[in-house]
Design a protein around this ligand. Sequence first.
Ligand SMILES: [Zn+2]
Length: 438
Amino acid sequence: MLIEKNERIRNKGRETRNKRKMQTAKSFEIKLDKSKISKERMDNLERLFLEGKWFTNYIISKGITDSVPYKDYKVNKVNVKVKDKFEERELRLLSSQMKQYIIKRLQNNVKALHELGKKGKKVGKIKYIKSLHSIFLMQYGNTYTLDVKKRTLHIQGLGDFKVIGLEQIPNACDITTANLIERNGDYFLHVTVYLPKEEKVHNRKVIGIDLGVKDQITFSNGIKVKYNVEMPKRVRKLYKVFSRSQYNKETKEHSKRGQKVLVKIKKEFAHENNQKKDINNKIAHYVAANYEFVAYQNDQIKEWQRLFGRRIYQTSIGGFRDTLKRKVSTPLEVGRFTKTTGICMYCGYSLHLNLSDRMFKCPSCGHMQDRDVSAAKAVEGLSLRNVGETLVDDNASTSNMLEYLKSIPHVKASISNEARSPKQMDVAHIEAPSVRAG
Ligand SMILES: [Zn+2]
């Protein structure tokens, strides 16, 4: 029987390992919403961390290397040093799995110290702890569960807790372990999930991107994307209430009401940030799934933030660029000091454009194009020159892309058709566009 069981566990382990090869791990932070948790539950949570501390110190006092996990995790009473005496304390909330992990972690620490010692480093002994700040929840579905609809976290033996931020966790993913963390009296859950790896495309198609303030994203195929997730009016109102709430300089704390309002504000921000992240992810996903080579400029988005403040904040285009970098097969970056606006992609003529000039008109050959589309094309051309590639400039699927982008909530997508070809088309120029450095 036991052999069969071991075999089953081994097979399951192998299965999981093979599955994980096709997946990537991500971790999400979820916050326990104190304002919606009863005093009794909060006390229990505090007690859990206290019991964790007692148990940790108990194992240290016994000798970590002498601990026999499967015996020690059954311990439910430990002696705790109170001043000069020892008193017995009951472990009523700390589950065996939590204890197992505490032992494992301590044993790993001993091992790590031992390794350091072997390398000749001076190492001390593991000391008693004054407080414990994390409890490992080993098994999803057993030690803990999450309910997206009810917005709750269930911890074995402790009950349900209202949480903020569950919407970050994607629908189709494997939730695995979590760490329950205490930070300045607040509690967080760091959840690890596994998602399918995104398949990289290999189609030698290229697209250039220009990031901006007015139109956030412009593609070299002429598609422009605008998106604004505005801070709701109620958040501004909440801000007013918060700034008027009393602040105690000694305790460095706002009044109870102020603190409550702050929690609400933070919640609103988390929601808004998730909306922005979601938009960024959707756009970046489309681009990465359809274009192998994606060219963009390493603009100084931080600098823009200083200049344009809220408008940048509302879109988080920096976040978009970072998501893009991560997702595309071959990101092509053009240096931030390279001139990309005001360059004619036909004849290479370079002129200075003011921020208010929305159209690029080439004084030399007469080519006319939307300023940002022209920049996106320049980014594409320059980056390709940098890597010495000749690739397919794909305009065929523009309508699909437009439809997709339009389907994303809060996103406005349009196509700029305002291009006018040069007066006298010089075929040689068109086949081999050259760009003079600006
Ligand atoms: Zn020109």
